[in-house]
Design a protein around this ligand. Structure first.
Ligand code: 6PG
Length: 235
């Protein structure tokens, strides 16, 4: 499903509202909210809204944060998705304890992937759908998480987490595979900027082979997009 908004700020506001709603439902039903965070830059504004204007809307003690992907770098590295979320969300909320389930980008990639795979398998075994909401972004060529066009990880049917080498910097990544992404009650794509317009037009024009299109078909999903990203879509 496509939700067209005017600006990146409107996308951030709509995403934050959707997260608050999903959290309320999950905490009411399960006593906890399992949220998978997206990396990259786009979600930063959403995380900042949650940590400021909307911080009282969610019982953060009942939230468990997972990551859809991570760069194989340390947690303090400027390229780290964890660091972005820590600065925009975790630190302002002064989160305590083990509520943030970080992918260990500093470890040997295959070992880090195996560790997180074991954790995600346990979460999936515990409850279906395992995650209440998964946030994802989309790259200019249609990648999502760290699943790039042509990646063998797109065909994965057993492992929930894979170590992949991608045509972006840094190349070594850890990513949820379709096995993990399919275990979400809903997926919310946040897509802004004209550099995403071509890929978005393909996703909604029948480009089923793009990773974002394939992941969107794994379960209930919505695309929150701004006018720039939607500029090549039919009116
Ligand atoms: C990452 C993300 C990646 C991101 C897209 C969009 O680790 O970079 O998982 O999939 O969501 O590349 O990135 P921007 O939000 O920076 O445009």
């Amino acid at each position: 499903m496509l939700v067209r908004l005017k600006t990146p700020e409107a996308v951030a506001r709509a995403a934050a509202a959707a997260i608050v709603e999903s959290a309320f439902k999950a905490i009411h039903e399960h006593g906890e909210f399992r949220l998978v965070l997206a990396g990259g830059h786009t979600p930063g504004a959403t995380y900042e809204l949650l940590a400021t204007e909307l911080r009282e809307e969610i019982d953060w003690r009942r939230v468990i944060f997972y990551f859809g992907d991570e760069r194989c770098v340390g947690p303090d590295d400027p390229a780290s998705n964890y660091r972005m979320a820590k600065e925009a969300l975790f630190d302002p909320l002064k989160l305590q304890g083990g509520s943030v389930r970080r992918m260990a980008g500093e470890l040997a990639p295959d070992a880090a992937a195996a560790d997180y795979d074991a954790e995600i398998r346990a979460v999936i075994a515990d409850r279906q759908p395992a995650f209440d909401l998964t946030l994802l972004g989309m790259g200019g060529e249609g990648h999502t998480a760290s699943l790039f066009p042509g990646s063998a990880a797109l065909e994965e049917t057993t492992r929930t987490i894979a170590h992949v080498t991608v045509p972006a910097d840094p190349p070594d990544r850890l990513t949820m595979t379709p096995v993990a992404l399919a275990a979400s009650r809903q997926i919310l794509f946040l897509v802004t900027g004209k550099e995403k317009a071509k890929a978005l037009a393909k996703v909604f024009g029948g480009g089923d082979d793009l990773p974002a299109a394939r992941v969107a078909q794994l379960g209930p999903s919505r695309f929150l997009v701004d006018a720039a990203a939607a500029s090549k879509l039919p009116e």
